[in-house]
Design a protein around this ligand. Structure first.
Ligand SMILES: *Cc1c(COP(=O)(O)O)cnc(C)c1O
Length: 232
């Protein structure tokens, strides 16, 4: 984030963090949500914490905060005084009540995710067949996804592996099927044609994600590790 923020600010570019999967992640002792000019969190049901649906923007910029509050409520500067274009993006009280409880439980959820991720890292890292997700010094992973990457002779067999694990009732998934620049909405843009980002496209064909969510039982995470080991 430091090089990105430096590069952007030297050119007058605003940095918006996509922290939709990163609740609780840290960078050099600072939590995500305080690094860029603004940060977007998702509270979709599958995320590290939820409000049922919805999300939140954090910022330290008072002017931006004021504009965001107006956009949230029909562009109103004060009640029924529309000063700019806006929408209805208010979080319902019921969702906020769920979120308040979830926020208290977040540290526990993250601890469980970490425990599961560390277990898989230990069991699968020694196989030498996978590039494992890592947590460099000074960083704290939120472990929303646990995403290894196949390498070497096995690199082309990702789909086969995923199929095998799914047949064993393991919630193995590929995030994401397509990189952003190859999605229909973007791929026709001249600068983001297919093959424009070969490393991204290669990684996209080789990664898969294993469950590390907080509801996993010890026997289940063992089953995941054993099954991956056997399949590989
Ligand atoms: C979930 C997610 C989103 C979308 O969040 P919504 O709450 O559905 O708007 C955006 N970016 C990433 C990286 C996500 O994981």
């Amino acid at each position: 984030m430091d090089p990105i923020i430096e590069l952007a600010h030297n050119r007058g570019i605003v940095v918006i963090e996509d922290a939709a999967q990163a609740h609780g992640a840290e960078y050099n002792g600072r939590k995500v949500g305080s690094l860029g000019d603004a940060t977007c969190f998702s509270f979709y049901p599958g995320k590290n914490m939820t409000t049922g649906e919805g999300g939140m923007i954090t910022t330290n910029d008072d002017d931006l905060a004021e504009q965001l509050k107006r956009i949230r409520t029909h562009g109103e500067e004060r009640p029924y005084w529309v000063a700019r274009q806006g929408h209805n993006y208010r979080m319902p009280e019921i969702a906020a009540a769920i979120g308040a409880v979830q926020l208290k439980r977040l540290p526990g959820f993250l601890q469980e995710r970490r425990k599961n991720a560390e277990y898989l890292s230990e069991k699968l890292g020694v196989l030498g067949k996978l590039v494992m997700p890592r947590e460099p010094a000074g960083r704290k992973h939120a472990w929303y996804l646990f995403t290894p990457r196949l390498r070497g002779a096995n690199a082309g067999k990702r789909n086969k592996l995923v199929e095998k694990l799914r047949s064993k009732n393991i919630g193995c998934s590929v995030y994401y099927e397509s990189p952003v620049h190859m999605l229909p909405y973007y791929r026709d843009l001249q600068s983001t044609r297919r093959s424009a980002l070969p490393e991204t496209e290669r990684a996209c064909r080789q990664v898969f994600s294993l469950p590390v969510h907080p509801m996993l039982k010890q026997t289940e995470i063992q089953y995941v590790a054993d099954s991956v080991k056997r399949a590989i």
